[in-house]
Design a protein around this ligand. Structure first.
Ligand SMILES: O=C(O)CCC(=O)C(=O)O
Length: 287
């Protein structure tokens, strides 16, 4: 296992080398101006700048063990089938797993009060607000459970390929509920791919992640496998291409995500949202 004392162990891999064509990298991300409320404005500015440049940023050890335990325990109850609160259509199982193992639980903040509370956590909100502005709204949430030995891959994709919003000012906060390494299928990002715009996706055939990128513009880009300790968070832009490999380790790699929207984001196609659109404000007066 990689040494996680270096929280951002960025293993650089060439994923394709057969085509050297390159597209101009033009930023489409226009973060809202916002007051820096972090006690360390210099590091807050650095975090936002890194995010804007790279399309993702790691927040090492953001959450303490005492903040994580209630969430981690709650997730384990769901994963062991001990909670009947999750609607059947929110759950995806690992294909062929026997007994069936949960791969994803989507929109978990809607039925888990513990997860909903974490989505409002000031440590997370203060960083996300610096990037997206205020008032911040929560679009969605989800668990990528990546169970030991049977957790399957997530194909290379941009989240925006799934989402009916404009402008493209959303980000995901991926929270490591376990140490996340190459062996257990950490998330891998293509730095600066958010500057390429929305890429062409095709059906992937993978339950829970039905789309995968099929676009020459990612050919030859470097990939960073982001290894982090439990309690670390990784923010990624809604256009940043990312994927993860199967879990080959004997330990799980649970990642919980919250998706936040800038105040400018509007729903473009309500038919793509299950149920009544409800994007709660998570900061400001109603947060
Ligand atoms: O956790 C993973 O393996 C993939 C996460 C992902 O695709 C996402 O956060 O959008």
């Amino acid at each position: 296992m990689t040494d996680l004392r270096n929280p951002v162990s960025q293993l650089t891999l060439k994923i394709r080398t057969d085509d050297t064509s390159s597209s101009p990298l033009v930023s489409e991300f226009d973060p809202m101006d916002s007051a820096l409320e972090n006690s360390d404005p210099a590091s807050a500015t650095q975090t936002s700048r890194y995010f804007e440049d790279s399309g993702f940023v790691v927040l090492p050890d953001l959450l303490s063990e005492s903040e994580l335990i209630p969430v981690s325990d709650e997730i384990d109850v769901y994963l062991s089938g001990g909670s009947k609160k999750a609607p059947a259509d929110a759950i995806i199982y690992e294909p062929g797993s026997c007994p069936p193992r949960i791969r994803n639980i989507f929109h978990i903040h809607r039925f888990s009060a513990v997860c909903a509370k974490l989505a409002h956590h000031p440590k997370i909100i203060s960083v996300v607000r610096q990037i997206l502005g205020s008032p911040l709204r929560l679009y969605s949430s989800g668990l990528f459970a990546k169970p030991a030995e049977v957790g399957t891959q997530v194909p290379l994709h941009q989240d925006m390929a799934y989402w009916p919003f404009e402008p493209f000012q959303l980000l995901s906060c991926w929270i490591a509920l376990d140490d996340s390494t190459v062996e257990n299928g950490c998330v891998r990002f293509l730095p600066e791919s958010h500057k390429l715009g929305l890429l062409h996706h095709v059906p992937s055939g993978i339950p829970g992640n039905s789309l995968g990128i099929d676009d020459k513009r990612v050919t030859g880009l470097n990939e960073h496998a982001v290894e982090v300790r439990r309690g670390s968070c990784v923010l990624h832009h809604c256009l940043t291409a990312h994927r993860s490999e199967a879990n080959r380790a004997a330990r799980p790699r649970r990642g919980l995500i919250f998706v936040y929207m800038s105040p400018r984001v509007r729903l473009t196609d309500p038919s793509k949202i299950k149920g009544t659109p409800d994007f709660p404000v998570v900061d400001g007066d109603n947060g």
